[in-house]
Design a binder for this molecule. Structure first.
Ligand SMILES: *Cc1c(COP(=O)(O)O)cnc(C)c1O
Length: 402
C-alpha cells in the first residue's frame, strides 16, 4: 500500500510511459501476466475480426454512437458559449464504463480466460463487468469494500442478479483502494485462468493505454459529430476525472488540435485540506500506488491520504498516469469543483434540460457553468456527460432534502 516518492525517472518515453509517469511497479509474480496481456492486446488491436466484434457490440448492445446533444436552454441561461453534451449517460448500464468492460471482456475470451475479477467502488464498474460476463458466458467475481457494499446496496443486488459473486473486503478503509489490493492478490494466485478487468485508466502497463484505447471512441465520435453540426472543432472539452478513463477518452482525439482546450475536473470535496477532497493536482505529489507512477495524495510519511467526495467514482487518491503527463506539459488543464457546486449543477441540468447527471459528471457540468459566461456566443463547449444520475438518487435526495 505504501507509496514511494521518486526524485527522478527515465527521461525517454517507452511503451507504458507518459513522460516520466506510468510504468509497471508490480510484484514479480504479476510480470508474466502483464507481458502476456500486453502481447495479446497488441494482437487484438491489429485483428480485424476482434475489432468488428467489439464494434458490433458497442453499437447493438451498448448503444453507440451516443448523441452529441445541443443544450439550448442551458446555453441561453448561462449566456456565453454554445454548450453540447456528449451523452455517455445513455449507454447500457448508465455510464461510459461499458466501453472498457466490453473491450476487456472480449480480450479475456480471446486469451482463453474463463474467469474475470474486478474491483468496484460505487459499484458501477462492477455492474458493467458483471453485465459483460453474463453476455460472454464468463465467471465473474467482484471485490468491493464492506463500506461501499453498504452504501451501494442496489448495485450489489444488480451484480448478483447478473450472476456475479460479490466478495466484501473488510481490510483498511473498506473502500475502493482496499478492493483493488484484494483483486490484485486474487490475480497473483489465479493468474493462469483469470483476467483482471481493471475499471479505469490506472494501474500497471498495459492497462492505462488499453483502457484509454477502449474509450477513444468518445472523442472520435465527438469530433465527427461537432464537425457535422457546427463545421468546426470545439473551443474546449470538459470532463470529470476520477481514475481518468472518461476524460482521456474524451480528450484523446483532440490532443493534436492545440486550439481545443482540454479541461479535467477533479473532486474538490468539502475543503482544501488533505482528507477533505480528491484533487490530486492540488496537494498530490508523484509516487507509486497500485502499479503506476502518478500524482498521489499522501502524507509526509508516504502513507496514502484519506479522500472525500460526494461522488464515489471520483474518490481515489491517485490519477491515471497519462493525465499526470498532460498536466505537467500543460496540454490539459485541471481544476476542481466542490460538493456544493456539484449539487447546484445537478439541479441546474435537471431543470433546464431534463437530464439527471451522475454526481461524477455533475463536476464537469459545474465547471462548465463556472466558465461558460467567459466565452463568446459562437464559442463551443463540449461536456462529457459520463453517466446518469439514477444511481445517486439516495445521496441527492439527502443532500437536497427532496
Ligand atoms: C466511474 C465513473 C467516473 C470516474 O471514472 P473515470 O475513470 O475517471 O472516468 C466518472 N463518471 C461516472 C458516471 C462513473 O461511473
Amino acid at each position: 500500500m505504501a507509496s514511494v516518492i521518486l526524485p527522478s525517472a527515465p527521461s525517454e518515453s517507452r511503451p507504458g510511459r507518459f513522460g516520466i509517469y506510468g510504468g509497471r511497479y508490480v510484484p514479480e509474480t504479476l510480470m508474466a501476466a502483464l507481458l502476456e496481456l500486453e502481447r495479446e492486446y497488441d494482437l487484438a488491436k491489429a485483428d480485424a475480426v476482434f475489432q468488428k466484434e467489439l464494434a458490433d457490440l458497442l453499437r447493438d448492445f451498448a448503444g453507440r454512437p451516443t448523441p452529441l446533444y445541443f443544450a439550448k436552454r442551458l446555453s441561453e441561461e448561462l449566456g456565453g458559449a454554445k454548450i453540447y453534451l456528449k451523452r455517455e449517460d445513455l449507454l447500457h448500464t448508465g455510464a461510459h464504463k461499458i466501453n472498457n468492460a466490453l473491450g476487456q471482456g472480449l480480450l479475456a475470451k480471446r486469451m482463453g480466460k474463463k474467469r474475470i475479477i474486478a474491483e468496484t467502488g460505487a459499484g458501477q464498474h462492477g455492474v458493467a463487468t458483471a453485465t459483460v460476463c453474463a453476455l460472454l458466458g464468463l465467471e465473474c467475481v467482484i471485490y468491493m469494500g464492506d463500506v461501499d457494499m453498504e452504501r451501494q446496496g442496489l448495485n450489489v443486488l444488480r451484480m448478483r442478479l447478473l450472476g456475479a459473486e460479490v466478495r466484501g473486503v473488510s481490510a483498511g478503509s473498506k473502500t475502493l483502494k482496499d478492493a483493488i489490493s484484494e483483486a490484485m492478490r486474487d490475480w497473483v494466485t489465479n493468474v493462469r485462468t483469470t483476467h483482471y478487468l481493471l475499471g479505469s485508466a490506472l494501474g500497471a502497463h498495459p492497462y492505462p493505454t488499453m483502457v484509454r484505447d477502449f474509450h477513444r471512441c468518445i472523442s472520435r465520435e465527438m469530433k465527427e459529430q461537432i464537425l457535422e453540426k457546427e463545421g468546426r472543432l470545439p473551443d474546449a472539452v470538459i470532463a470529470c476525472v476520477g481514475g481518468g478513463s472518461n476524460a482521456i477518452g474524451a480528450f484523446y482525439e483532440f490532443l493534436q488540435d492545440r486550439d481545443v482546450r482540454l479541461i479535467g475536473v477533479e473532486a474538490g470535496g468539502t475543503g482544501t485540506e488533505l482528507g477533505q477532497h480528491a484533487a490530486r493536482f492540488q496537494g498530490g505529489v508523484p509516487g507509486v500506488l497500485q502499479g503506476t507512477l502518478s500524482y498521489i495524495l499522501q502524507d509526509e510519511d508516504g502513507q496514502i491520504a484519506q479522500t472525500h467526495s460526494v461522488s464515489a467514482g471520483l474518490d481515489y487518491a491517485s490519477i491515471g498516469p497519462e493525465h499526470a503527463s498532460l498536466h505537467d506539459s500543460g496540454r490539459a488543464e485541471y481544476v476542481s469543483q466542490d460538493d456544493a457546486a456539484t449539487m447546484d449543477a445537478v439541479v441546474k441540468l435537471a431543470r433546464t434540460e431534463g437530464i439527471l447527471p451522475a454526481l461524477e459528471s455533475a463536476h464537469a457540468v459545474a465547471e462548465c457553468i463556472r466558465i461558460a459566461g467567459t466565452f463568446k456566443p459562437h464559442d463551443i463547449l463540449i461536456v462529457n456527460l459520463s453517466g446518469r444520475g439514477d444511481k445517486d438518487m439516495g445521496i441527492i435526495a439527502r443532500e437536497l432534502k427532496l
